[in-house]
Design a protein around this ligand. Structure first.
Ligand code: FAD
Length: 410
């Protein structure tokens, strides 16, 4: 596989933008790297007081692997990456339905499938951004953005503590509950409920090694999807087999208005009773008293009529625009691709005029809108397909899974 690493553009003050990115998640840090490589000066403002070891596993598909490698991250990422050999679809009772050879697919896609602990992926992005000179400010919650009309040359972000900072371009990478999206549309704009929630678990694999049916999940890294009535489960190993990531996707029973809620090991076990014994055995490895969090899963199908302010002084990316169900493992990938495309569009700027910025943002949105909307729609389609009850529609789905695997083998 061959990759072209993007060279950093050197520019003078006449075309160098001062860019503020709000949010230091995967999308915000990716965009920071891409825009800094395009020769502009980037400051990232993050509400958290520190960037810590948060999250569980994350799958990176070939499309986003290519973006990361183009930013010069290949050598930094590979020591943390697990490259699964296969993706398996399994019925909730444990019957193998279909598989996809990831290594063969990766050759055609010119990029690998990689599984990470999210903290490792995030740290690699943070380190690369720092190396390029990106300025990261924590404890910086943005409450508002002021733009003086459609002809404005700049935008000013207003911090929750009253500080102000002005830039030629402000990029909202502030996630699914984006404040900057609200500023752009001019009213409250909550994401849509999907009816599902996620439990995310990290299990030490040591305990799995004494059971041959679990040991093979660790020794031969694969991504497994178990699909069943109203729920599914996903499992893959991380950090070279040190950890197993489990995500359990079940109907939402959380109180109205909450984004997260406390769950328990007992309720997870009860929910997956009767499923493939490998799932129940993995849940049995969890300590009964462990802290368990449930995440409500919401989506944003897109944003009309535009992702950007008419002045060209503000735009959005990632979950702030098009948060998807994680049923295609692509939300972060779409955010990274957004950043990559935005960087390439801003790389073409030859001046700092509002007209040039408007044009660059229009091309960015044109390149990204259709693809990201299709990914959100596909995630919702997968919710339906993965959660079918046993019956004729499930049988037809399983037949299609089989045909798909057959096509893949040819
Ligand atoms: P976020 O990661 O939410 O980052 C937003 C940042 O902005 C945060 O740091 C936040 O603190 C900060 N912020 C928010 N408001 C403000 C403010 N007002 N001022 C300053 N800072 C602010 N995607 C994949 O590609 N592969 C996967 O395998 C995968 N698995 C997933 C599994 C689950 C269970 C879930 C829920 C999601 C999964 N995703 C996956 C999706 C992925 O996590 C998201 O799409 C991605 O993290 C979005 O990145 P973002 O940068 O747009 O937003």
């Amino acid at each position: 596989m061959s990759y072209r690493i993007q060279e950093r553009i050197v520019r003078d003050a006449s075309s160098k933008l001062n860019v503020i990115i709000v949010g230091a998640g995967l999308g915000g840090m990716g965009a920071a790297i891409a825009i800094q490589l395009a020769g502009h000066d980037v400051t990232v403002l993050e509400s958290a007081s520190a960037i810590g070891e948060v999250g569980a596993g994350i799958q990176v598909l070939p499309n986003s692997a290519r973006v990361l490698f183009a930013w010069g991250l290949k050598d930094a990422l590979l020591p943390y990456a697990t490259m699964p050999r296969m993706c398996n679809f399994v019925s909730w009772k444990g019957k193998h339905l279909s598989e996809m050879d990831y290594h063969a697919y990766a050759k055609g896609a010119n990029g690998p499938f990689m599984d990470f602990h999210r903290a490792n992926l995030h740290k690699c992005l943070l380190d690369r951004a720092a190396e390029l000179g990106v300025n990261l400010v924590t404890n910086a919650r943005i409450a508002d953005v002021e733009i003086a009309g459609d002809a404005a040359e700049t935008a000013t972000v207003i911090f929750a503590d009253g500080r102000r900072m002005t830039a030629d371009l402000v990029v909202g990478a502030d996630g699914i509950h984006s404040r900057l999206r609200e500023v752009l549309v001019g009213h409250a704009d909550p994401p849509e409920l999907t009816g599902d929630l996620a439990y995310r678990l990290l299990l030490p694999t040591e305990a799995m090694m004494s059971d041959p049916t679990l040991r093979e999940l660790v020794e031969d890294p694969q991504v497994n999807y178990w699909v069943g009535p109203d729920a599914h489960a996903v499992n893959y190993v991380l950090r070279g087999g040190q950890l197993t990531n489990m995500v359990l996707l079940v109907p939402d029973d959380m109180p109205a208005g909450a984004s997260t809620a406390a769950g328990s090991v007992a309720e997870m076990r009860a929910r997956y009773k009767g499923w493939d014994p490998r799932i129940t055995k993995m849940l049995d490895l969890c300590d009964d008293s462990s802290d368990v969090t449930k995440w409500r899963l919401c989506i944003r199908p897109g944003l009309e009529p535009t992702w950007s302010h008419p002045s060209g002084a503000m735009t959005l990316l990632g979950d702030a625009v098009h948060a998807t169900l994680p049923y295609l493992a692509s939300g972060a990938g779409m955010a990274l691709e957004d950043g990559g495309v935005l960087g390439l569009c801003l790389a073409k700027l030859t001046d700092k005029s509002a007209a040039s910025k408007r044009q660059a943002l229009a091309i960015y949105e044109e390149c990204r809108r259709d693809r990201t909307e299709r990914v959100v729609a596909r995630g919702s389609y997968n919710q339906h397909m993965y959660h079918l009850h046993d019956g004729p529609e499930q049988e037809a789905r399983d037949q299609r899974f089989l045909e798909f695997a057959e096509m893949d083998r040819q």
